[in-house]
Design a protein around this ligand. Structure first.
Ligand SMILES: [Ca+2]
Ligand SMILES: [Ca+2]
Ligand SMILES: [Ca+2]
Ligand SMILES: [Ca+2]
Length: 469
């Protein structure tokens, strides 16, 4: 409800990166309360043509409201859905929420390069023309990879794109994020490599790709050459205004070789761009970091969870570890002081969350994985998803409701193991109607079927499947 820049799931890729020990675990409470969720009720807007060929209805022409995530400027946040083979499509929001019949493909080629859409990508109005623009990775014919932008407009994302100045180390994909880090009402871009983060203050010039001003930040491990330096690319950049001062704060999630990591929180400031960051704080350890207003006080909070990733190299027993409880992080209003942290009671064994106000009470609810065994964390224990309702004291793990969203029992003639069937959490939030939760399932780390769920126990909504596309 309060997230001015939406609330993508920050940390889920960390699980994908972890070659061993990836998955949820624990979670006795959901098992004790096996309320099944009904099949989502189908929408009357089922897609009739492949997602990447566009929708069944024209994209509504917007007038340019500049709302976060809104590429066609009609005032409704839109969802960027990654499909497979590098393809992606924009599913447009509406007064009823995400509309599967109204969508536009993200161009596969632009600015002489192949367009890559990062996980969790969300549009932001980077040139301040009122239409959201999509930060992307542009793979050059010579193999170099540069940050870029595909520009939004009244009809959605067009083919126009601009290559942005690169960072050092252009062999790996730059990590991208956005927010309003100086609180001037205009979107800013965050670009990172493994050794450097830059906040590029908007607007971005469409022809040159240059920003109005740039503030670099060097991760401590990179400046000292210390542990963790320079071996693993940055895992993610996201934003939320956790101290409610009107300037978004930047969450920098370090890469790892499978372990859980502690992200850095760079506080934004309205005291001038040169003063960014106003302060830097370390968040609790946990590779799942998601923003939402879980206590309903009108200010963004962060939920930090253990995504289950472990580096089990040479020590398989290391994978049988306890999944840490979820920590709620709340900023000190109007202050640059370190945020407060509080363990969410009863959340041991729950991990990998997303946020959406499914029951519409003004406090975001937390959606997490749960497993069959609350003490040991093993991939094979992963069972499914649960909703922890938000409230004045934050997410409540005492009585979570389960979401039964499972992939197929068989695929390509082979049985799919039970622990590989639960859907993955992609994102959640406000797309114009009741808040929605977006789940995906597919081989590897892309999805070919999706759930778009709403309602207190996530029982309403629709599904999309690539099988029928
Ligand atoms: Ca829109
Ligand atoms: Ca724009
Ligand atoms: Ca702030
Ligand atoms: Ca809050």
């Amino acid at each position: 409800m309060s997230g001015r820049w939406g609330r993508g799931v920050v940390g889920v890729v960390a699980c994908g990166m972890a070659l061993a020990g990836c998955g949820g675990g624990g979670g006795g409470a959901p098992r004790a309360d096996p309320r099944p969720s009904a099949d989502p009720r189908p929408s009357d807007a089922a897609p009739l043509v492949p997602a990447w060929q566009g929708g069944t209805r024209p994209v509504p022409r917007g007038e340019g409201g500049g709302a976060p995530g809104d590429v066609n400027g009609d005032g409704y946040r839109d969802l960027v859905l990654r499909i497979a083979d590098g393809r992606a499509v924009v599913l447009h929001g509406s007064a009823r929420g995400l509309d599967p019949g109204t969508r536009s493909p993200v161009p596969a080629k632009a600015a002489g390069a192949t367009v890559g859409v990062p996980p969790g990508a969300e549009a932001a109005d980077l040139d301040a023309d009122g239409f959201g623009d999509l930060p992307v990775v542009l793979a050059q014919p010579d193999g170099r990879r540069a940050p870029g932008v595909v520009w939004g407009g009244p009809d959605g994302l067009g083919g126009a794109a601009t290559r942005l100045p690169g960072l050092d180390g252009d062999a790996v994909d730059p990590v991208l994020g956005s927010g309003d880090f100086d609180g001037d009402g205009r979107a800013d871009l965050a670009v990172g490599s493994d050794t450097r983060v830059e906040v590029r203050f908007g607007p971005v010039d469409r022809s040159s790709g240059r920003s109005a001003a740039v503030r670099p930040w060097i991760p401590p491990s990179a400046s000292t050459g210390g542990p963790g330096c320079c071996m693993y690319a940055l895992a993610g950049l996201s934003s939320a205004d956790v101290n409610g001062d009107g300037a978004d704060d930047l969450v920098v999630e370090p890469g790892s070789d499978g372990e859980q990591t502690a992200s850095k929180l760079l506080l934004g400031t309205r005291s001038g761009r040169a003063a960014f960051p106003a302060a830097v704080h370390e968040l609790p350890t946990g590779s799942g970091v998601v923003a939402g207003d879980f206590d309903g006080d009108g200010t963004d909070d962060l939920a930090v969870s253990d995504t289950g990733g472990r580096n089990g190299e040479g020590d398989p027993d290391a994978l049988d570890t306890v999944l840490a409880p979820i920590t709620l992080v709340t900023g000190v209003p109007g202050s640059t002081a370190a945020p407060r942290t509080r363990r969410v009671a009863g959340s041991r064994g729950l991990g990998g969350p997303a946020a959406a106000d499914l029951d519409g009470d003004g406090a975001d609810d937390l959606v997490a994985w749960h497993g069959a065994d609350r003490d040991a964390l093993r991939v094979r224990d992963l069972e499914g998803l649960a909703v922890l309702p938000g409230g004045p004291s934050g997410p409540d793990a005492a009585d979570p409701s389960r979401i039964d969203a499972l992939g197929p029992a068989r695929r390509a003639g082979k049985r799919v193991p039970a622990h590989e069937r639960p859907a993955r959490i992609l994102t959640g939030g406000d797309f114009g109607g009741p808040d929605q939760l977006v789940l995906g399932w597919g081989p590897g780390w892309t999805s070919d079927r999706w759930w778009f769920l709403s309602g207190p126990a996530a029982t309403d909504g629709f599904t999309l499947s690539a099988d029928r596309l």
